[in-house]
Ligand binder design. Sequence first.
Ligand SMILES: *Cc1c(COP(=O)(O)O)cnc(C)c1O
Length: 371
Amino acid sequence: MTASSQEPVSERATGPRLRAALDGIPAYAPGRPAGDGPGAFKLSSNENPYPPLPGVLESAVAAAGQLNRYPDMAAAALLDELSERFAVPLGHLSVGTGSVGVAQQLLQATAGPGDEVIYAWRSFEAYPIITQISGATSVRVPLTAGEEHDLTAMAKAVTERTRLIFVCNPNNPTGVAIGRADLERFLDRVPQDVLVVLDEAYREFVRDERVPDGLDLYRDRPNVCVLRTFSKAYGLAGLRVGFAVAHEPVAEALRKTAVPFGVSGVAQSAAVASLRSEPALLARVDTLVAERSRVAAGLAEQGWTVPESQANFVWLRLGDATAAFAAACEEAGVTVRPFAGEGVRVSVGERQANDILLRTAAAFRAGHEVA
Ligand SMILES: *Cc1c(COP(=O)(O)O)cnc(C)c1O
């Protein structure tokens, strides 16, 4: 375009023109940090409460000695390790900047203005944000009264315009997981040209044998992609590394949409070391699962309705009492994650933190009308 075809200065916008798709995007609300008193705990982001294992930390520190170099763009050592660990072909694997980063790439690859993306609601708060950024339209299907995905309604919500469906299993923030028979029936109903993303960020915390491993379901279903992360059970939330397992051409689309060198060398090394230290890490996960049972049983004993969680958090549907409960927890020394007017998600943390939660919940019940 030549200079003469530009609009007169007076009619031009006063700042850079941004895509209208960005208007009204809710800001991602990170879990609030722990309070500053000694013995203040953060139970608001589903993080692993344990510090990195010594071997993992050593690998990360050693990799930091190469910070002047770009990382391996292909993440070859990590992909080799993942391919062996999960028995999937190298070509079906793609790593990214956390599994949220990979989810965003999946949207870039599949959806734009006029397209529809289906997910349950309430579910992971990143879904509406990254869907809106893509320009596609969110189709939210309410959870059932039992806090489960309504897979029948989700299958019915599929239209000609549907491009991607997120299935969060177990669901964040309710913790409830979908069983194999229900998930298979759903996958059988979804058209082959719609990508189904099984977000399994909490897979390592699942103990109910009826809950399928997405990697078993993806193998003979070219439209299924599994997302996993090193942020939760593996305790590397601060390093931003997650991965997808998907057939071609989805895996190839992920390679095309990746931020070049997005996963740092430190993250790659720590992830490899984590996979090699899996027994020690999974022993920690067992401890957290035992704590989850203790917290859930303690809350149930107090009279709370706690949906059965297969993740590292529990959900209390507090409705109007949500903010007051979160404030009471903060006061007592544990920061939790409120969803205004709906409920509170509480991560399972150190025993001491969980004890504070249980004491606070009991005192709260004594003073408030709650379900
Ligand atoms: C925490 C979480 C993730 C993982 O996020 P990262 O970007 O890998 O840190 C993905 N999906 C869900 C549902 C989560 O709760």
